[in-house]
Design a protein around this ligand. Structure first.
Ligand code: UDP
Ligand code: GLC
Ligand code: MN
Length: 344
């Protein structure tokens, strides 16, 4: 069968089962919006076999890669994201030289409209980072696999490190003229709409949000950090859904529960395996799905569910560092309540 795009692919990364769930939802969302390109997921050795099985059903290629870690605790600490050293692993995407052009997407992104037109762009095209718009966000970018670029990137890492301890710092250092050189390499924000922007510039979100093509659940709290009740179709603690805008978080969970969970339960015969969703009865309330993996497979520090920072001082610090928990503690509703209480 003639297919003109066999040498182009969407690429994502998952080093553990939680991010693998994100990758499954991302892959499904690309398929649901009829992409004509190949789908590739790079995985680390900690992804469990059942999760690999599901990834194989959704993606054209599941590639095992070495986990690269920046080991840069100091810079990661500035971002309050000690877990992001492993994002150096992303750089492996340049080794996929059996493709001529690719689009990398973080595993915490969700496609809400077809985005195949991104392949008309050149390396390195990306959208501005909401925290520092002269930097690009490395959650979505167009690139050309090349062993030469890959080794130059590794060399750059060795010589300069990363100013944020993760891949975004390296890539912005390496592609340092992105901000000024060529406007066609600036992707519109709708290709990497970070959920944070809904709260930082709500009027713009109301004006342009309906055009969103990719939603990025950037930040510490990921969709899989929440619990979902499949009966009421509600996400616990989801403050997003209002009459003015839909909840992308709910969209993510809906896709996960309706398309991914069924794939996890089928076809593993005698293997000790559960679906990846645990049913937990909370006193007096309905059954909820928690995103959890088979017990043997996770990296230690990703097993704990998300716990909000304890003291208000810590929260204040996080807020000032742009790490507010916009979908939970620091949501509009909660801030409004606080203000109301204060004014009374
Ligand atoms: N990632 C991963 N394992 C990790 C952390 C990150 O596989 O433990 C990958 C995953 O594809 C993820 C990307 O690296 O989407 C970037 O990390 P994250 O999305 O958490 O960063 P943020 O966008 O919140 O800054
Ligand atoms: C960012 C990007 C993410 C990247 C991280 C570390 O916030 O969204 O893709 O891995 O920074 O550099
Ligand atoms: Mn991300």
């Amino acid at each position: 069968i003639y297919s003109p795009h066999l040498d182009q692919a969407f690429v994502t990364l998952a080093t553990n089962d939680n991010y693998a769930r994100g990758a499954m939802v991302l892959g499904k969302s690309l398929r649901n919006h009829q992409t004509t390109r190949k789908l590739v997921v790079m995985i680390g050795p900690h992804v469990s076999d059942p999760c690999k099985g599901v990834l194989l059903k959704i993606f054209d290629e599941v590639l095992l890669v070495d986990v690269l870690d920046s080991g840069d605790a100091a810079h990661l600490d500035l971002m309050k994201r000690p877990d992001l050293g492993v994002t150096f692993t992303k750089l492996h995407c340049w080794t996929l030289t059996h493709y001529s052009k690719c689009v990398f997407m973080d595993a915490d992104t969700l496609v809400v409209q077809n985005i195949d037109e991104l392949f008309d762009r050149e390396e390195l095209s990306a959208a501005p980072d909401p925290g520092w718009p002269d930097c690009f966000n490395s959650g979505v970018f167009v690139f050309r696999p090349s062993n030469e670029t890959y080794s130059k990137l590794l060399q750059y890492c060795a010589e300069h490190g990363s100013f944020d301890g993760g891949d975004q710092g390296v890539l912005n250092g390496f592609f340092s003229n992105w901000a000024t050189a060529d406007i066609s390499k600036h992707l519109p924000f709708i290709y990497n709409l970070s959920s944070i922007a809904i709260y930082t510039y709500l009027p713009a979100f109301k004006q342009y949000g309906a055009n969103a093509k990719v939603v990025h659940f950037l930040g510490q709290t990921k969709p899989w950090s929440y619990t979902y009740d499949p009966k009421t179709k509600k996400v616990s603690g989801d403050m997003q859904e209002t009459s003015t805008h839909p909840s992308f978080l709910l969209d993510w969970w809906f896709l996960y529960a309706s398309s991914v969970v069924p794939m996890m339960t089928e076809g593993y015969g005698d293997q000790p395996f559960h679906s990846g969703c645990v049913e937990v009865s909370l006193e007096g309330s309905s059954t909820r799905f928690l995103p959890q993996c088979s017990s043997t497979s996770q990296e230690p520090h990703h097993t704990e569910p998300y716990v909000p920072p304890e003291t208000s001082e810590e929260r204040k610090q996080k807020w000032e560092q742009g790490q507010a928990d916009y979908m939970g503690m620091d949501s509009f509703d909660n801030i409004q309540k606080k203000l109301d209480a204060f004014l009374k």
